[in-house]
Design a protein around this ligand. Structure first.
Ligand code: FES
Length: 96
């Protein structure tokens, strides 16, 4: 039995689509999100068409404790869904 191992966004590669008419919604662990975003970029999908659901452990959930803070953004208050072109720098951060 042969198994294929591929990046998550590569599963979309065999399908014909116009990258200008795509909206991508991504949720999941940040490692997977990084691969999905890289794959979508390779396919020509613009960052403004990609929406991310950021996962964070939350405590207060109203923007007071800072537990979910990523730079100037609070995932609980400002998200958890962000458009990729506004938060691409977040994916460059490691172990936050
Ligand atoms: S969970 Fe407390 S600031 Fe977001």
């Amino acid at each position: 039995m042969t198994q294929r191992v591929e990046e998550v966004a590569d599963t979309a590669a065999p399908f014909a689509f116009d990258p200008a008419n795509v909206v991508a919604l991504i949720c999941g662990p940040e490692g997977m999100t990084r691969f999905a975003v890289a794959g979508l970029r390779r396919l020509g999908v613009p960052d403004r068409a990609v929406w991310l659901s950021m996962e964070r452990n939350m405590h207060c959930a109203v923007g007071f404790c800072g537990h979910c803070q990523l730079g100037p953004a609070f995932v609980c208050r400002d998200g958890p869904v962000f458009r990729m072109d506004a938060v691409s720098w977040m994916l460059e951060l490691r172990e936050v």
